[in-house]
Design a protein. Sequence first.
Length: 460
Amino acid sequence: MSKKPAYSKKSGPLKGRAVVPGDKSISHRSIMFGGLAEGETIISGLLEGEDVLSTAEAMRQLGARIEKCDDGLWRCYGVGAQGLSESEAIIDMGNSGTSIRLLMGVVAGYAMSTFFVGDASLSKRPMGRVITPLQEMGATFIARDKGRIPMAVKGNASLKGINYTLPVASAQVKSAILLAGLNATGKTQVTEPAPCRDHTENMLRHFGANIDVSRDSEGLRVISIEGGQSLQGCAVDVPSDPSSAAFPIVAAVLSADSEVHVYGVCYNETRNGIYKTLIEMGADIEILRSYDQGGETVVDICAKGGKQLHGIDVPAERVPSMIDEFPILAVAACCAKGVTKMTGLEELRVKESDRLGIMAAGLTAAGANLEEGADSLTIHGDGRPLKGGVQIETHHDHRIAMSFLILGLTTDAPMRIDDASPIQTSFPNFVSLMRDIGAIIEADDVAPTGEKTLRFAEDL
Ligand code: S3P
């Protein structure tokens, strides 16, 4: 696929009302569980990004009927318990770590073989963390070194429930084990080293499964599921993605006289760390309204610009609740006054790209003063905009692409990215939404600092 360079330049004030697309994690799960359930599932607000479309296509390949209807709703006609069938073709998971990891758990409990491939970024990501517990349950895997894809899964209709403590606080690994547990004999129990997003637990309950959440003697969360349960089709109303909402909100906070309202954002406690952190840094962010939507807390947020942010130490225990937001937090920290210290970031090295290394290098090139550690990032801000004026390689990573475009709204000279196309994975209307609130972001085929625009695209 050809690259789509883009640039952004100093903008503001940003003003307006926005609704960002549906939450990626909840969207994946709604399609997957809808495809596994008995009967019909109707989904509103689904994120129609490339990652979720990969999940939908994979579920179709495995036998589920999944359609987008003329009324804009998605309907899944699930296969019911033990109803999946072997895919004749290799399943291409594109860029999506969530799709492949959760589906590995789903197919592990079937006496069939499944073959997974993905793009260059996904092919570098570690799958051993999912393979190890699923092997313990009875599935067989053939993969490249460190469990990397391409991968073959030989499932087992007689999986055994296990008691497993996650070595990393990963919702994807937890979810893969719980989904395998749904088809296993006996109880499957997962202990988390730190609370990570709990959408699988919430949604399994919403689809009628019995799932138990308790605390062990050290206060760690223990999630248990009995095998042999079936899911029942239901209605799912997907709230907006707090990870996507963070981009216009940080942009507003960083631009004087801005005021941006973002509506219907999922504010699950396992996801809202970025907002707590920005508020601690002095950002003018107000929760206007909070309500329940299908078991998830949802809020409307007002973000205003003009207040000088100050550096803080981000508590390491907060990392899982904002794991995808460190690239955009690093942008905010560069505009803050004082030192922002982020620790416990080792997982950032194995996301869609090495987010720690790429943010550190890109921000340094743009004029930031920072230190990168093996699992930490310390940013020294002087409260003034960075100089900018550099091009960043996005390495197939949507959040790297969006973070540097937001940075460019604040820098003295424009910021350019080599490829905006990865943004399609999670926030397909990012450019048009940002432009609607006043951001200058344009497609750019040539100029490294954006002086010359050859093409103007709404649909990057
Ligand atoms: C996700 C979990 C997180 C997150 C990813 C989505 C999920 O990954 O980074 O974008 O939907 O379960 P890890 O489980 O690897 O932390």
